[in-house]
Write a protein that binds this ligand. Structure first.
Ligand code: HEM
Length: 508
């Protein structure tokens, strides 16, 4: 018997050992389908200068949930309503973090703005402050006079172009920037020269202030090689990190100046001091030792908020110039509901369904963030039967969802009527339309964003007949994009505006 017992014991021991070894070896992950990656670059060879378009093409081949490798980093792309809902709602606690990027590190004081800060106490505090204080219904109402004044200036500026071709985007961005600066910083810094420069003080003009924000916005959207192939980061091959350091130093100095101004007023007014803007509020809160949110962190509000509404209105007018019949329908609605003897107020917008539909259609076909904003998984998880490891970068292709022929008839057609027949809001409740994202990381500025887009569009269409310059015809209008943190027209729209209302209406 003994040899048999020994053999049995030896076999059991061997099996146990095997089981232990097998348990220790990581099981092969069942990753979502995707193209085979190359060493070092992964699938970066498949991503062109317009990443949302490259990713869109890849999703058509690999399906609604796809795995890519950008350099050495795992990326998962969701491109259907079901998967988007899973990422942004059902499992949002796992998908709510942002990745650490050079932009987050160098332009926002170490991931300290709302956009780049990781999920946690700090982000919750900053976001709550933004939603409850800056964008609360009460605050939005109390700042309405700012939006009215800036809208008037925009309309007068357009009138001043007197039938000459002009770059629409320049006037729109001045208006949006003035609105946000006045809400956040208490005044528009475009009208004056300010002291800035971080340590080394220099004078920054209004034009430079705008350029500084453009640079901040651009650098937050660039594809920085070091973010994806970390060991190459130190070389800064594209020079982006250097530019990030320069602009953030400038911005630092500028905010120091803003802070001094506000602090001066606070001290001068003493007991009678009333909070008038976001900086005042942050200064007041700075006395509270439990709060960590600091003034410097306003950069994303200024830069992000300005560009997004501007590009949406520019796209809407571009599409309308390509389809004059939509202009006619829009002006018919404006004449019928508003008449020709007054401008449009914010409260009129709810009576202008066609204008609202044009704004939505522009956001469907030309989303500000076609891939939303990059997220990162906080832990391992399984979605639709596939494994998604911790620290995977997550993309939701709102671009693909907005062009899905199963969800939209003739998806490439600009057709506002689809939003009249089908009332869909912009608040991220319907996952087939995600202009502001969805869930807890959704755009906190959406109420201001949509108000700015709708009322500028309504007033610009009400007040002017829009034409193309020179011999240009609608067939000459290009609809190419430029990729960054937002996706504006590659070539800014140059257009001509003629007054449509009685001339006395333009002497506001
Ligand atoms: C038409 C106008 C706008 C559009 C289409 C837009 C769109 C978006 C989108 C798609 C996201 C990413 C959401 C996600 O990852 O799920 C976002 C995030 C954000 N937006 Fe907007 N936005 C607009 C206006 C504004 C304005 C006016 C502000 C502020 C003044 C603003 C501030 C932000 C911030 C701070 C975030 C980051 C939120 C976070 O990470 O928690 N946006 N926006």
């Amino acid at each position: 018997m003994e040899p048999y017992t020994n053999a049995l014991l030896a076999t059991v021991a061997l099996l146990l050992l095997l089981a232990i070894v097998l348990r220790r070896r990581p099981t092969k992950l069942n990753l979502p389908p995707g193209p085979k990656p190359y060493p070092i670059i992964g699938n970066l060879n498949l991503i062109g200068p317009l990443p949302h378009r490259s990713i869109h093409e890849l999703t058509r081949k690999h399906g609604e949930i796809m795995h890519l490798k950008f350099g050495s980093i795992d990326v998962v792309v969701g491109s259907s309503v079901e998967i988007a809902k899973f990422f942004l709602k059902t499992m949002d606690t796992n998908f709510i973090c942002r990745p650490k990027t050079a932009a987050g590190k160098y332009t926002t004081y170490n991931y300290a703005d709302i956009t780049w800060s990781p999920y946690g106490h700090y982000w919750r505090q900053a976001r709550k402050l933004c939603v409850m204080e800056l964008f609360s219904a009460k605050r939005m109402e109390s700042f309405e006079y700012i939006r009215v004044e800036e809208m008037k200036s925009l309309l007068m500026e357009v009138r001043r172009t007197s039938g000459e071709g002009f770059v629409l985007k320049d006037l729109l961005s001045t208006m949006s920037l003035n609105v946000i600066s006045r809400m956040v910083l208490g005044k528009s810094y475009l009208d004056e020269s300010v002291v800035a420069g971080g340590g080394r003080r220099t004078v920054v003009s209004g034009k430079e202030f705008k350029e500084m924000l453009d640079e901040l916005f651009l650098l937050n959207g660039v594809f920085n090689v070091g973010d994806w192939i970390p060991w190459m980061g130190f070389m800064d091959l594209q020079g982006y990190v250097k530019r990030m350091k320069v602009v953030s130093k400038k911005f630092d100095g500028f905010l120091e100046h803003v802070l001094e101004e506000h602090d001066g007023r606070r001290r001068a007014e003493g007991e009678g001091f009333v909070v008038a803007d976001m900086v005042d509020l942050l200064l007041q809160l700075a006395d509270d030792p439990t709060l960590e949110v600091k003034l410097e962190r306003n950069g994303d509000l200024l830069a992000g908020g300005t560009e997004s509404s501007t590009m949406t209105v520019e796209w809407a007018i571009t599409e309308l110039l390509r389809k004059p019949e939509i202009f006619e329908k829009a002006t018919e609605e404006l004449d019928r509901v508003i008449g020709r003897d007054r401008w449009i107020k914010e409260k009129d917008i709810s009576d202008l369904p066609y204008i609202k539909a044009i704004a939505k259609e522009a956001m469907r076909l030309h989303p500000v963030a076609p891939l939303l904003t990059l997220r990162r998984t906080r832990g391992d998880c399984t979605v639709a039967g596939y494994d998604i490891p911790k620290d995977t970068r997550v993309i939701v292709s709102a671009w693909t969802i907005g062009r899905d022929p199963r969800l939209w008839d003739n998806p490439l057609e600009f057709c506002p009527e689809r939003f009249i027949e089908n009332e869909i809001d912009v608040k991220g409740t319907n996952f087939k339309f995600l202009p502001f994202g969805a869930g807890r990381r959704m755009c906190p500025g959406y109420s201001l964003g949509i108000k700015t887009v709708e009322s500028s569009l309504a007033n610009l269409l009400h007040g002017f007949k829009w034409k193309l310059p020179g011999q240009m015809t609608r067939l000459d209008i290009d609809i190419e994009e430029r990729y960054g943190l937002s996706t504006p027209k590659k070539n800014p729209l140059v257009t001509v505006a003629h007054p449509r209302l009685p001339l006395e209406m333009y002497s506001l």
